[in-house]
Design a protein around this ligand. Structure first.
Ligand SMILES: CCCCCCCCCCCCCCCCCCCC(=O)SCCNC(=O)CCNC(=O)[C@H](O)C(C)(C)COP(=O)(O)OP(=O)(O)OC[C@H]1O[C@@H](n2cnc3c(N)ncnc32)[C@H](O)[C@@H]1OP(=O)(O)O
Ligand SMILES: Cc1cc2nc3c(=O)[nH]c(=O)nc-3n(C[C@H](O)[C@H](O)[C@H](O)COP(=O)(O)OP(=O)(O)OC[C@H]3O[C@@H](n4cnc5c(N)ncnc54)[C@H](O)[C@@H]3O)c2cc1C
Length: 624
């Protein structure tokens, strides 16, 4: 099962090696992270990032190994933005010459970059950004400026205190005309003493949800006051400004400006499955250790994992973790395929890639955030302690519902794509890829499910047909209702809640389909495929009805712990007293409690000042 989860034997081996490297290095300790002040936590992040880079160079780690090392360090920081957004933005939007110049420095960490798109006043609406980049032909420079308070850059990770450079998104103005949003490389801080360059006001935007968690990241604010940069720092693969100030389009679609977001959304699906699997691993392992109530006859107490209510709340998450993992692996393939096509100037699959990445990012991150919260409840009171690992896991993953595109905004993008596809089907065009099922409209609009028994529900063809019929009928229903509205725009707006539901149904169909396709592959290991079939059944069925699932849960229960062990997480990475591999939960909880700074003294700070006078005063009063 470890191989099925990781994708290959090689993937298991390299992940194991990197996880152990991190777990055995004292610099990467994280058990007291939630007890650090913001300043201490930030400094700890700087130290870990520098040490990780040192180890990467010393050990000549490959890109795959270095990425895993960063992942297992498990502390959000400026390096994430540098590798996940700054470098890809230059790769996707820079010319060959620009890539050579900037990536050479970025790959060696001679510069640290971030992705500065969002502003105080606009995040979702990228076309509404206000920062300006005005071309000055007299000096061959762009003047980068924040004309209003709301145009201040706001949120970019690493911008606050660390980044030396950024890809800044701004409205390009030349020859008096506004050509909309484009990307520019800007140096922000001196490479000698790290002070902000003239005209740049920059800082951290302040503490965020939860202790530890995303507070290790210095999300930043930046205002620009007529800062000049050379013309060749405009990223010029999509469009160019000539020496004379002429704006010239390339022959690539302008949507490629959003290409970095497509890339990152794809990686976020993999993050979501990992975060969900960590929460499930903690809740399942703890559920096997925790006992409450005994039989009436005075027998031993029951493992809470044996309660049917616990199983019906928890096993759909276990199944979802596997489902998201497999769809994430497929999405990575889709992204690679689209990228190769783009290189040969085939842009035909770009809309589908956008819809798939946007939709899967939305559905998987929302489900993951909800599931982590529920796993806290599934662990009872102890789940609420920082030492369970769950509060921090929740706080770190909750913003994934917002960053890289608010989930509802992204689902509306999927809905827009679906409405276009329905109208193409109506005009006789055969849809392809993940919407190919829409071509079977005659059948799917009227078919009736032949499912009667639990066993019927495990037939992949039956499951798929139910999901296809559901998704198509919801989409067609929306399209018909939109067509009755005074205008397309009004109809879309009025029906947006239904459109979001239709988009979710379509995305869930993709997840179910990719799980079923995974089951058609050669899967090694005795009983592995059988367990995955049950999980696939649980994932699909819990989305459409909750009856008849009990039997499947009972079949999964004997292997539940093994199914989470297959995630192959070290105790260091899991970071949970409740989810420990050895099950020694109570001594771990007890030990963790004594690490809290409040327990450094027996009598707390503030006793002399506030507690003692109060107690003495009350004592005096009672004696009167
Ligand atoms: C415990 C700790 C663990 C830590 C572990 C560490 C391990 C390391 C792992 C690393 C983790 C990764 C960390 C990630 C960190 C992420 C940080 C977050 C960064 C950000 O948030 S950056 C900012 C992101 N911002 C957004 O996403 C904005 C969302 N808005 C938009 O994308 C657009 O504005 C929107 C909504 C799409 C609208 O676009 P707009 O042009 O205004 O309007 P249209 O809808 O009309 O679209 C026009 C046209 O374009 C098509 N389109 C839109 N987007 C795309 C796209 N991306 N690709 C291709 N095509 C696109 C759209 O469909 C329309 O097409 P038509 O054909 O219909 O015209
Ligand atoms: C932890 C974190 C890290 C981030 N890192 C970065 C970074 O590195 N670089 C960067 O540039 N940005 C970053 N961001 C910003 C992030 O990308 C934006 O917050 C995100 O795109 C959402 O935009 P917004 O905040 O403007 O939300 P808003 O658009 O203001 O959303 C508010 C509400 O309005 C709703 N809404 C908005 N538009 C519509 C619509 N058309 N129809 C229906 N409902 C709508 C949303 O669903 C939401 O409920 C980060 C954000 C967070 C939280």
């Amino acid at each position: 099962m470890k191989v099925a989860w990781a994708g290959s034997r090689h993937a298991v081996e390299v992940a194991d090696r990197m996880a152990c490297l991190v777990a055995s290095d004292p610099v990467f300790r994280k058990d007291t992270r939630t007890m650090l002040s913001r300043k201490e936590l930030f400094k700890d992040t700087l130290k870990k990032a520098a040490h990780a880079w040192k180890r990467t160079v010393e050990l000549h780690l490959t890109e795959e190994e270095a990425n895993l090392l960063r992942l297992y360090i498990d502390q959000p920081g400026y390096v994430d933005l540098h590798w996940v957004m700054f470098v890809p933005a230059i790769k996707g939007q820079g010319t060959e010459e620009q890539q050579k110049k900037w990536l050479t420095m970025a790959y060696k960490f001679q510069i640290i970059g971030t992705y500065a798109q969002t502003e105080l006043g606009h995040g979702s609406n990228v076309q509404g950004l206000e920062t300006t980049a005005t071309f000055d032909p007299s000096t061959d420079e762009f003047i980068m400026h924040s004309p209003t308070l709301t145009s201040s850059k706001w949120w970019p990770g690493g911008l606050g205190k660390t980044s030396t450079h950024a890809v800044v998104y701004a409205r390009l103005i030349t020859e008096g005309k506004d050509y909309g949003i484009h990307g520019f490389i800007m140096q922000l801080r001196s490479l000698d003493d790290h002070s902000p360059l003239p005209g740049i006001t920059i800082g951290d935007i302040g503490g965020k949800f939860g202790s530890g968690a995303y507070n290790s990241m210095d999300n930043g604010v930046m205002r620009l006051d007529h800062v000049r940069i050379p013309r060749d720092q405009m990223l010029m693969r999509l469009a160019q400004v000539t020496r004379e100030g002429k704006y010239v389009h390339s022959d690539v679609p302008k949507q490629l400006l959003y290409g970095t977001m497509v890339y990152v959304r794809q990686t976020i699906v993999a993050d979501a499955s990992r975060a969900l699997s960590r929460a499930v691993c903690i809740a399942v392992r703890y559920g096997a250790i925790r006992k409450q109530f005994g039989s009436k006859a005075g027998g031993p107490e029951t493992q809470v994992l044996n309660y049917k209510t616990q199983q019906s709340r928890l096993f759909p998450f276990l199944a979802s973790a596997y489902a998201f993992r497999f769809v994430g692996q497929w999405l990575k393939w889709l992204y690679t395929d689209v990228t190769q096509k783009l290189e040969s100037k085939d842009f035909s699959t770009l809309p589908e890639a956008h819809a798939c990445t946007a939709g899967l990012k939305s559905v998987t991150t929302s489900a993951t955030a909800d599931a982590i919260e529920e796993c806290q409840k599934l662990c009872g009171g102890h789940g609420y302690l920082n030492s369970s690992g769950l509060p921090e896991l929740f706080a770190v993953n909750l913003p994934a519902c917002t960053y890289e595109g608010d989930n509802v905004v992204l689902l509306l993008q999927v809905a827009r794509f679906l409405m276009k596809t329905v109208s193409q089907v109506a005009s006789g065009k055969q849809p392809v890829g993940t919407t190919a099922y829409m071509g079977n409209i005659q059948h799917l609009m009227q078919c009736k499910s032949v499912v009667n028994t639990v066993e019927d529900w495990l037939n992949p063809a039956a499951i798929k047909e139910v999901f296809e019929a559901r998704a198509l009928r919801m989409a067609v229903n929306c399209a018909q209702n939109i067509s009755k509205a005074p205008s397309q725009e009004e109809g879309f707006s009025e029906l947006s809640p239904d459109l979001v539901e239709a988009a979710v149904a379509h995305v869930q169909l993709i997840i179910v389909t990719k799980f079923i396709e995974k089951l058609q592959e050669d899967i090694l290991g005795h009983g592995v495929k059988e367990q995955l079939q049950k999980l696939c059944g649980i994932y699909a069925l819990h989305l459409i009805h909750n009856e008849r699932l009990g039997k499947l849960y009972a079949q999964v229960r004997p292997n539940a712990v093994a199914l989470v062990d297959a995630f192959d997480y070290t105790d260091h990475y899991l970071g949970s007293a409740l989810g420990r591999y050895d099950g020694d939960v109570y001594s771990a909880l007890y030990k963790e409690a004594w690490k809290d700074p409040l327990n450094e003294t027996v009598v707390p700070d503030g006793y002399q000042e506030h507690l003692r006078p109060l107690l003495k005063q009350q004592l005096k009063l009672s004696r009167l």
